[in-house]
Design a protein around this ligand. Sequence first.
Ligand code: ZN
Length: 298
Amino acid sequence: MSSTFHISACPVCSSSQFTVFTEVPDWLVSKEAYTISQCNSCNFKFTSNAPTAENIGPYYNSEEYVEHSDTKSGVIYSVYHYARKLMLNFKLSKIKKSTEGKKLLDVGSGSGYFINHMKQNGYDVTGVEISDKAVELCKDKFGIHAKNPEEFLAGKLDTDYDIISLWHVFEHVYTYDEYFELFSKSLKKDGTLILALPNSDSPDAKLYGKYWAAYDTPRHLWHFTPDTLSRFAEARGFKVVKKYRLPLDPFFNSMVSASYKPGFTFLPISVLKGLYSLIISFFNKEKSSSLIYFLKKK
Ligand SMILES: [Zn+2]
């Protein structure tokens, strides 16, 4: 039992009353079954039997888990590389529009595509990355040396960042309170915290159920919705000031989810499901497959 990460109080509302929401296998690596529980009081969903931080390492050992590789071939990966370029410009435009200042810390910077793009556009960037392989790739490809999370957690980085960003990273973080304290300490008074997260309340999550790629158990511990993220942040001294949809995520999520389903997968059907999810999000942003939240200290 000690190898399981146990949650006794809801990270959003502190309630200890939970109900099993669904069982989701680890489609990517171990094929083991994981439980997603839901708080009876605030509806926050979380993976309730994930391995501990010390034991999660092997669950990241998948070729497919890596945004890091440029050597992949095939349709999905060609689309993915093109999509990455589009998304880098999309992120830059939203950041330019909704933040002040150019000193940026990216936590979970991976192989560095985002920080490199921001650097090329005049930002003073620092990356934090746990994977040695990704740190190496980032250094080789872009000449940027990302820091180890230990340095960040020890409070050794600067305390005057204008922007701290985590792109699809916070859902993996075990010590969420420690991180939020550091966000608060490391940001300027009027700085912006940016969290990009999947939305378990999206149409594609509902269409695919346990096959939904963004449940990604046991690597994703927290399955936020706009409501629970907002409450989670409020309880830690931050408020959501702006939300954007990530327009390509419904397609990517739908295609990967379809590939987990047994039997024949017809690609255009999953693309249509992605399109359906995107269209719904144009009517109601709260239903976006993934959202970018811009937060400020209260
Ligand atoms: Zn709760």
